[in-house]
Ligand binder design. Structure first.
Ligand code: SF4
Length: 308
């Protein structure tokens, strides 16, 4: 399967060409809100998880799609890819399209990781918790990563990255949306001094059903607690009008008519990237063509009565 997917429509990045540099689902965290499901390989080992030459060849082959951004993201944590700096350099030799990195920020305390992201145009790290206890509850980090280390990394990366720095703060109802928690998150964000602060919350089925989203009006209120005032980027509508996805959507429906599947199951069954499947499922849910069902804590999708 290609290491590149899309371009997929992104509210923040326009038409975003996704580049995936770790196998599904290889991550330093096991977030309860993850829309890709549970982490199956929790690790801090940095290595060439996929061949760099293959990734660059896949990027080159997709440049004719004229993306607005080339976004390193995908099936887990992209800073686990040991040749990240060479990948960014290689992409920059191929094209002038800006390069963004979506990262959980957990490895930015490592100097070699910071060195590898120096030439990025846009760094988007996450901050979801304000102390060790909540960090463990929300992010389920690998034991090598403490809250203090993670925060040190977010601070140090601010100096290291020459491009824009947008901090994404993911809030969960009943867990991190209380006044004390939001105040502490805002204090951490103020120390980091990002170019932008962006608030997100659960709008898709999470890895753990205990992760609950916050209503849009409330999130807008909470945005005022941050300085600069945060932007709300949560995708409440799931509308991706320009997505050229109709063929894959039909294939997904056909598959689900045979058996309910998870995001990973659909991706494996149809040879699609999990992030693309998430976008297709958004469309199908918006059209009331699929519904969710939970079994043993895993979210499965099945056709609604309307699509049978
Ligand atoms: S949300 Fe991101 S950081 Fe958290 S488990 Fe999923 S892929 Fe990893």
């Amino acid at each position: 399967m290609s290491h590149v997917f899309g371009p997929v429509p992104s509210r923040r990045l326009g038409r975003s060409l996704g580049v995936d540099v770790v196998p599904f689902k290889t991550c330093t965290y096991d977030c309860i809100y993850c829309q890709l499901g549970r982490t199956t390989c929790k690790t801090v080992e940095r290595k060439e998880w996929v061949p760099l030459a293959e990734v660059l060849a896949d990027v080159r082959a997709k440049l004719s799609s004229k993306p607005d951004y080339i976004t390193l993201s995908g099936s887990g944590e992209p800073t686990l890819f040991a040749r990240l700096g060479e990948l960014i350099d290689g992409i920059k030799r191929l094209t002038n399209v800006p390069v963004a990195l979506l990262t959980n920020g957990s490895l930015l305390w490592q100097a070699d990781v910071r060195e590898s992201i120096r030439e990025l145009d846009l760094l988007i790290p996450s901050l979801d918790a304000s102390d060790q206890e909540t960090f463990e509850r929300v992010n389920g980090p690998h034991e090598a990563i403490s809250f203090d280390r993670m925060i040190d990394g977010l601070l140090a990366a601010r100096q290291a990255c020459r491009g824009q720095y947008w901090l994404e703060v993911f809030l969960l109802a009943g867990l991190t949306d209380g006044p004390a928690s939001v105040r502490k998150l805002a204090e951490h964000a103020a120390r980091i001094r990002p170019d932008r602060i962006q608030l997100n919350t659960v709008t898709r089925p999470p890895a753990d059903r205990s992760a609950t989203g916050i209503a849009r009006d409330r999130l807008i209120e909470l945005a005022e607690a941050f300085d600069p005032t945060a932007e709300v980027i949560a995708d409440y509508r799931h509308v991706h009008a320009q997505a050229p996805f109709s063929a894959s959507r039909e294939e997904i429906l056909d598959l689900l008519r045979r058996r309910p599947c998870s995001i990973d199951g659909i991706a494996r069954g149809l040879g699609l990237h999990p992030n693309e499947v998430v976008k297709h499922i958004d469309e199908l849910q918006l059209a009331n063509l699929v519904e969710t069902t939970w079994t043993s804590g895993v979210c499965y999708y099945k056709p609604s009565d309307k699509s049978r």
